[in-house]
Design a protein around this ligand. Structure first.
Ligand SMILES: [Zn+2]
Length: 79
C-alpha cells in the first residue's frame, strides 16, 4: 500500500489516496476530481484546466502519466 495526495496527482488538495497500484490510485484521484468538479471547487477546477492542457497532446499526457507512475513506484510502502 502506498500513499499519494491529490496534489501529487495533479489535483489541488491534501487528500490522501492509498492503493497498491498506480492504476488504482489514478482512478481514485479521478473519482475525487469529478466530485470536486461537480461541487465546483475553484482550486480543483484550476488544476483540471492545467491537466486538460497537458491532455491535448497525447505525448505530453503519456509523459505525465509515466512520470507519476515512477513517482508512485519510488514511494516507500506504507507501514
Ligand atoms: Zn483534491
Amino acid at each position: 500500500m502506498k500513499t499519494m495526495t491529490c496534489e501529487q496527482l495533479g489535483g489541488a488538495c491534501n487528500k490522501e489516496f492509498k492503493a497498491n497500484s498506480f492504476e488504482e490510485i489514478a482512478e481514485m484521484s479521478k473519482i475525487h476530481g469529478m466530485e470536486m468538479f461537480q461541487i465546483g471547487d475553484k482550486e480543483h477546477l484550476k488544476a483540471m484546466d492545467k491537466m486538460q492542457e497537458i491532455m491535448k497532446t497525447p505525448e505530453n499526457m503519456k509523459a505525465w502519466f509515466e512520470n507519476k507512475r515512477q513517482e508512485f513506484e519510488a514511494l516507500p510502502e506504507d507501514k
